[in-house]
Design a protein around this ligand. Structure first.
Ligand code: KG4
Ligand code: ZN
Length: 338
């Protein structure tokens, strides 16, 4: 089954064609990152306009690159939530028009379910159940993926997402948007023991966590150094910060593996590209004897291939939509699709 998949929830316009949920025939991406960089973050209006400009050309490009025709496409899938509402609407309207014109089923896909499904592409043999650490720009949670469309959120952040904190600290350090990757790179030459930053303490739900205290502590440290004219050791601050984020996430993942008895751990989302987090997940899994699934960096960030992968399973579960499909800025990964 060839699925034409559309992703436009943030600052990447992407169109992919994915076969049977696992094989990416093509994945075309038009990134807007450079455009938003001068503003230090995504400007929603600009994002929507650029999606409109790019989406038709990308869909044509996807067909051209694969040599497929419209008749070879069996369904159209689209990220319908969550994201910047104007941006998501562009993809949803394009997908509705394409499905209507081609008389093919329309499959709505939750963006975070898509991130999780990036693992199905990277690991064709991976099947649920497994545990997934989802860490993106807007989401941080530990998910028990019971089946392809049946999930349970064990816990997550009570305030900021990990990606938001990486970006905010990187921005204050003068790194270009989105700063997570730059901060990660800078951390590689730093001493992570140099700055003492707080780790979120376990609360009532041992899988929940908080990042706002860590973010504030890092920002205060930077501002204080500026005020007193003290020179910051930026690589070491980046290393200390990355260590604090990972030390908040990974012990909760370990606990979840132990308590659920699951023996497969996957990671998903842009922050899953972080080298410290990847290293710590890898060694924790080795200690526990669990199998690790880490998509390559290109599949961690936003892309349409992951949407096409999840769409295959949504379709099998009967989760299709009609022309009344709407876009949603927020929506849980659980429960009813629409
Ligand atoms: O999943 P994603 O591409 O978009 C959302 O759905 O939010 O995640 C983007 C986030 C940004 O906050 C970006 O700074 C962060 O992922 N990120 C990283 C790294 N690469 C991307 N954060 C830490 N370390 C990285 N290597
Ligand atoms: Zn994303």
């Amino acid at each position: 089954m060839n699925i034409l998949a559309i992703e436009s929830s943030c600052d990447e316009t992407a169109v992919a064609i994915v076969k049977d949920g696992r094989e990416v025939l093509t994945d075309c991406i038009a990134s807007q990152v450079e455009l938003h960089r001068i503003y230090g973050g995504v400007v929603p209006e600009i994002a929507s306009r650029k999606h409109i400009e790019a989406i038709y050309g990308l869909a044509d490009q996807a067909l051209e690159r694969t040599g497929l025709t419209r008749q070879d496409i069996d369904a159209v899938a689209v990220t319908y939530a969550p994201g910047l509402i104007g941006a998501v609407l562009v993809g949803v309207n394009f997908a509705k028009a394409a499905a209507l014109a081609m008389n093919k089923p329309l499959i709505p896909v939750h963006h975070i379910r898509g991130h999780i499904a990036a693992n199905y592409i990277a690991y064709p043999d991976l099947q649920p159940p497994f545990l997934c650490l989802v860490v993106s720009g807007g989401h941080t949670m530990i998910v028990h993926v019971k089946d392809y469309t049946d999930m349970e959120i064990l816990g997550g952040t009570l305030d900021d997402a990990a990606g938001e904190c990486f970006d905010k600290v990187a921005r204050v350090l003068g790194m270009p948007y989105p700063g997570g990757a730059a901060l990660d790179k800078a951390a590689s030459t730093g001493d992570e023991t140099k700055y003492d930053l707080p780790r979120s303490k376990p609360g009532e739900n041992p899988y929940n966590m908080s990042f706002s205290g860590l973010k504030t502590a890092a920002l205060n440290l930077i501002h204080h150094a500026e005020q007193v004219g003290e020179e910051l050791d930026t690589p070491s601050l980046c290393a200390s910060f990355s260590a604090a984020v990972s030390d908040t996430l990974v012990p909760r993942v370990v606990r979840a593996l132990q308590e659920t008895g699951l023996r497969k751990i996957a990671v998903a989302g842009g922050v899953a590209a972080n080298s410290r987090i990847r290293r710590d997940i890898m060694s924790a899994a080795q200690t526990l004897g669990a199998e690790v699934y880490m998509p390559p960096l290109s599949l961690c960030g936003d892309n349409a291939a992951m949407i096409g992968a999840q769409a295959y399973y949504e379709y099998q579960a009967g989760n299709t939509a009609d022309m009344s499909l709407n876009a949603y800025a927020t929506k849980s990964i659980l429960g009813e699709i629409i």
